[in-house]
Design a protein around this ligand. Structure first.
Ligand code: 5GP
Length: 216
C-alpha cells in the first residue's frame, strides 16, 4: 500500500479542540476571551447533574439536568463522551457537536481529562490543550477567591486538581496561565496553527490546491 492509499482524506477543513484544566486555572475566562475575539469557534454546552451556581443560566453555561435524565441519555447513546467529575455527571451532546462541526465550524469542548481522552479515541485528529496554573499556591488562592463554592467544595476541588494535573502529559499542548494576555495569545496561536495544517488547508482550499496540482 502506498502512502496516498494509507492516508485518509480529511472530510472537512474544520477542527475539534478540547481544553482541559484543573478548576481555578482560568480556563473559562481564557475561552470566553478567545470566543469573543473569534466568534467562528463554537463552544459546546455540556450537560451536567451539578446544581447551577447563582450566576449561571440553564442553557448558557450548562444544560442542567437530573441524574435519572442523564443516565437515560447515556443509555440512548446521546453523549459523545461523559464522565463523573467532582461527584457530578458531565457530558457532551453528540448531536449538537456534530451539527456544529458539519456546518463547517471549529468546535471547542471545555471538558475534563477523562472526556478529552475519550474524544481523542473517537477523533484522533482532535487538538487537545491543557491549561496549567502557575503554581499550586496560586491555584489554591484562585479557588478560595472565587467565593461561589463552600469550603468543602473548595477542598474537594484542590484534591481533584492534583489528579487533573497528573494527566497534563497526555495533551498535545500545555499553556501556563501566569499572564492572561500571553496565555490568550498562546491559545489563539494553537487554534491558528491547527487551521493551517496541510490537510485542513487542502480541504478548505480545494480549488486552489487542484489548480496547483497539489495532491494530498
Ligand atoms: P465546573 O462544574 O466547575 O463548571 O466544571 C467542573 C469540571 O467538569 C471542569 O473540569 C470541566 O472542564 C468539566 N466538564 C465540563 N463539562 C464537561 C463535559 O461535558 N464532559 C466532561 N468530561 N467534563 C466536563
Amino acid at each position: 500500500m502506498n502512502k496516498s492509499q494509507m492516508t485518509r482524506p480529511e472530510p472537512v477543513g474544520n477542527s475539534l479542540f478540547t481544553v482541559s484544566a484543573p478548576s481555578g486555572a482560568g480556563k473559562s475566562s481564557l475561552i470566553a476571551a478567545l470566543l469573543k475575539a473569534d466568534p467562528t469557534i463554537k463552544l459546546s454546552i455540556s450537560t451536567t447533574t451539578r446544581n447551577p451556581r447563582p450566576d449561571e443560566v440553564d442553557g448558557r453555561e450548562y444544560h442542567f439536568t437530573t441524574v435519572d435524565a442523564f443516565k437515560a441519555s447515556i443509555d440512548k447513546g446521546e453523549f459523545m463522551e461523559y464522565a463523573i467529575v467532582h461527584g457530578n455527571y458531565y457530558g457532551t451532546s453528540k448531536a449538537k457537536v456534530l451539527e456544529q462541526h458539519d456546518a463547517g465550524n471549529d468546535v471547542m469542548l471545555e471538558i475534563d481529562w477523562q472526556g478529552a481522552l475519550q474524544i481523542r479515541e473517537i477523533y484522533p485528529e482532535t487538538v487537545s490543550i491543557f491549561i496549567l496554573p502557575p503554581s499550586i499556591g496560586e491555584l489554591e488562592k484562585r479557588l478560595t477567591k472565587r467565593g461561589q463554592d463552600s469550603i468543602e467544595t473548595i477542598k474537594y476541588r484542590i484534591a481533584g486538581a492534583a489528579l487533573e494535573i497528573s494527566h497534563a502529559s497526555d495533551f498535545d499542548y500545555v499553556i501556563i496561565n501566569n499572564d492572561f494576555d500571553l496565555a490568550l495569545r498562546q491559545l489563539g496561536a494553537i487554534i491558528e496553527s491547527a487551521r493551517l495544517r496541510t490537510r485542513k488547508q487542502a480541504a478548505k482550499n480545494h480549488a486552489l490546491f487542484a489548480e496547483f496540482g497539489i495532491t494530498i
